[in-house]
Design a binder for this molecule. Structure first.
Ligand code: ADP
Length: 485
């Protein structure tokens, strides 16, 4: 950790009411690349979470009342600080999460991009006037922040999953409490330090670090002072938290697991498809909810595509994310490696064929070799569950109808990708895919201007774009009467 230029970005306490709060005990944050303990962080309690909610509640009225232009100014200052400290923030992120430094830097810039986008969008929260039924009335619609927002975020994007939610919430005039994943709290705390330096008022942005996700989650989902709950994580936990929110009728946004198909049609530009696939499959070692999970290739181009993919995978460099030119870092923990092993071995036992990789670099290591399997079918667990690892799994199909049916045969509906140059096919397939986001001749779709989110059991609500801001705003209808002479 001596490599941080600004050592005070390494924070180890929870942050609420503009102050740092230690806890009675701490938990270890470890580097997945080598198992080293990077920091011992406050293991805050449910009582602490309650205090953070109270702080956010106290801060709400004043924050909501500030002109949007002033809120925007503060968000932009925060964004600039994130960019100024991009190298340190990226290093912290790589140390706690494992992804290569270049990807970590990309994540910081991507997260900061949401702060910029929503700072701008904050100034455009327009209302409506609607023609009234009678001439002595006017109908006016205004938009107001929903109130205190609570969030629970995952470990795979320790910075951006928070930035994306907090930027929209704060821009709308809401205050915010987040519980980051216990595996990656340092990025969240560094963001709090920079929020503080940016002049974000006390109580507006709060972070609770804890290993007791259940107890903290109960406060954040059940406290009636919290108006909205936003979650990114597994489908199982998301469903449970949505139930917990029902008791106080909170607004809920859920960004849950995906099972992205990547369809390669016979008229595709195969080299472009390989580039798109490599980014969407192997980024973050395959640990993203929009990662390609199933590769569907039309029979006519199956052999050519498989050969090209095998070559591309052969060039990937596995290693510690802080080393030079590394493409893939370690998986997050042993459970993640065990899950990949299990899915892979089951697929192989059912007839899939191993083309490369297929195991960890060494028995006790978290580095999983980039892997390709062919001859997969849609009923295998590897095609129905999120792999969350660097395993490319190819299935084949004959007709467009078959590809669409295979792609849609899942409970998930987050991201899908397909490659084709035929405009008629592009429209037909884009409309038929039951997904919230579709990359057409593109392997990376996420950016602050676009609505990120899923359908089916991948969740509801959108992050980014004008739709992302709407999720943090209430609509209020004003009926102005008595206007007749
Ligand atoms: P993953 O498999 O990606 O770790 P999880 O859904 O388990 O997905 O975790 C995502 C986030 O949800 C993390 O911050 C984790 O601590 C939190 N979490 C896990 N279980 C609960 C729970 N019962 N209540 C509230 N938050 C939880």
């Amino acid at each position: 950790m001596t490599k941080l230029t600004d050592q005070s970005l390494l924070k180890k306490a929870s942050y609420w009411q503009g102050e740092w709060h230690d806890a009675d005990n701490c938990f270890d944050v470890t580097n997945p690349a080598n198992g080293d303990v990077i920091a011992k962080v406050a293991n805050s309690s449910a009582d602490d979470a309650e205090k953070a909610v109270a702080a956010a509640h106290r801060a709400f009225n004043a924050w909501a009342a500030r002109p949007a232009a002033e809120r925007a100014e503060l968000l932009l200052r925060w964004q600039q600080l994130l960019l100024e400290h991009q190298d340190d923030l990226a290093l912290l992120l790589t140390l706690e999460q494992g992804k290569p430094l270049a990807e970590a830097k990309g994540e910081i810039a991507y997260g900061a991009g949401y702060l910029q986008w929503f700072a701008e969008e904050a100034k455009r929260v327009y209302g409506d006037t609607i023609p009234a039924k009678t001439d002595d009335q006017r109908i006016i619609v205004i938009k107001q922040p929903v109130g205190v927002v609570a969030a629970v975020t995952p470990w795979n994007f320790p910075n951006a999953m928070i930035a994306r939610k907090a930027a929209a919430a704060l821009a709308a005039g809401c205050t915010f409490v987040v519980k980051p994943a216990q595996l990656t709290p340092l990025s969240a705390l560094a963001m709090a330090e920079l929020a503080d330096r940016a002049g974000i008022p006390a109580g507006v942005f709060n972070v609770i670090t804890s290993t007791d996700a259940k107890a903290i989650g109960e406060v954040l989902t059940e406290d009636k002072r919290v108006a909205k709950f936003s979650f990114t994580g597994s489908t199982k936990i998301g469903k449970q938290l949505a139930k917990q929110c029902a008791g106080t009728v909170k607004r809920v946004s859920l960004e849950l697991g995906g099972n992205a198909p990547f369809i390669v049609f016979d008229d595709a530009d195969l080299d472009a498809a390989i580039d798109g696939l490599m980014a969407s499959k192997f980024r973050n070692a395959g640990q993203t909810c929009v990662c390609t999970n199933r590769i569907l290739v039309q029979q006519k181009v199956l052999a050519a595509f498989t050969e090209k993919l095998l070559k591309a995978i052969g060039k990937l460099k596995l290693g510690d994310g802080t080393a030079d030119n590394v493409d893939i870092g370690p998986l997050i923990n042993h459970d993640a490696c065990d899950k990949v092993d299990k899915l892979l071995n089951e697929a192989l036992a059912l007839g899939a064929k191993l083309q490369c990789g297929g195991k960890r670099q060494a028995a006790d290591s978290l580095f999983y070799l980039p892997t390709l399997i062919t001859g997969v079918n849609n009923d295998m667990a590897v095609a129905q569950q999120e792999i969350f690892g660097p395993v490319a799994a190819i299935q084949s199909f004959d007709t467009d109808a078959e590809a669409i049916a295979l792609a849609n045969a899942t409970d998930s509906g987050l991201a899908a990708y397909f490659y084709s140059r035929d405009i008629g096919r592009v429209w037909r397939v884009a409309e038929a895919l039951q997904y919230g986001m579709v990359g057409i001749n593109e392997g990376m779709v996420s950016n602050p201007a676009a609505p990120f989110g899923g359908v089916k059991q991948s969740g509801y609500g959108r992050e980014g774009s004008k739709y992302g801001l709407a999720d943090y705003l209430d609509i209020k209808y004003l009926c102005l009467g008595g206007l007749a002479d």
